[in-house]
Design a protein around this ligand. Structure first.
Ligand SMILES: Cc1cc2nc3c(=O)[nH]c(=O)nc-3n(C[C@H](O)[C@H](O)[C@H](O)COP(=O)(O)O)c2cc1C
Length: 200
């Protein structure tokens, strides 16, 4: 009887171990987050916490960067007046007045790699995308609002935030709790892929 019970317990332990190894719920599924990300422009009004903001910033700083220069700089904006100013200054940025918080992802020109200075755009874009994915992953909604290289937008944001010349705003990420109206788009397009060489 005891032997039978032992075998049963060992069997149960092995099954649990196998289940935990293969169970997609116990492993953060990066593909689920990637495919469910969408631009979210409507928010419930619920406040995004400091802990959540830190999660987003940590994700932003985990991005790859050319020569590992990490040329990013972040401005966290939770002041309603500034968010309103943003929304009034950017034609396609009206959602910012309803956002709980915005993160302005900037390039620090004092940190760019001197031989390839333009890489800061890719570096800060990777950082922006990391923040968008992290937001989706923790149940928030966010949208990328492009600033650089639009001169007028850059000038306006620079003025509102009183940024020094060497800090260039690349994007504003508008963040809040999603209302649920926005859905991810299916963008799979086989015709956008070739294998090996281009054929005329
Ligand atoms: C460089 C860049 C600039 C963008 N600027 C804006 C913007 O100014 N306003 C806006 O509402 N969305 C902006 N978007 C979001 C796009 O409109 C959005 O990603 C696109 O429509 C695809 O939708 P999805 O994000 O839901 O997949 C921008 C996205 C990128 C990558």
């Amino acid at each position: 009887m005891i032997k039978c019970l032992n075998i049963l317990i060992i069997g149960l332990l092995i099954s649990v171990a196998c289940l935990t190894q293969n169970n997609p719920i116990s492993i953060p599924n990066v593909l689920d987050v990637i495919h469910s990300r969408k631009s979210v422009r409507t928010y419930t009004g619920q406040v995004v916490s400091e802990e959540q903001i830190e999660i987003l910033l940590r994700a932003g700083m985990s991005a790859p960067s050319a020569m590992n220069r990490q040329p990013w700089f972040f401005v966290v904006v939770d002041d309603g007046d500034i968010l309103k100013e943003f929304s009034e200054s950017i034609m396609y940025g009206k959602m910012l007045s309803e956002a709980s918080v915005a993160i302005v992802v900037c390039g620090n020109m004092r940190r760019v790699y001197s031989l390839l200075p333009d890489y800061w755009v890719q570096d800060c874009s990777a950082s922006t995308q990391n923040i968008l994915l992290a937001a989706e992953g923790i149940g928030l909604g966010a949208v990328w609002i492009g600033i650089h290289p639009q001169k007028t937008r850059t000038k306006k944001i620079r003025k509102i935030l009183n940024l020094p010349r060497y800090i260039v705003p690349l994007s504003i990420i508008s963040i809040g709790y999603p209302t649920g109206v926005e859905k991810p788009k299916d963008k799979w397009a086989e015709e956008k892929i070739i294998r090996n060489r281009w054929k005329d």
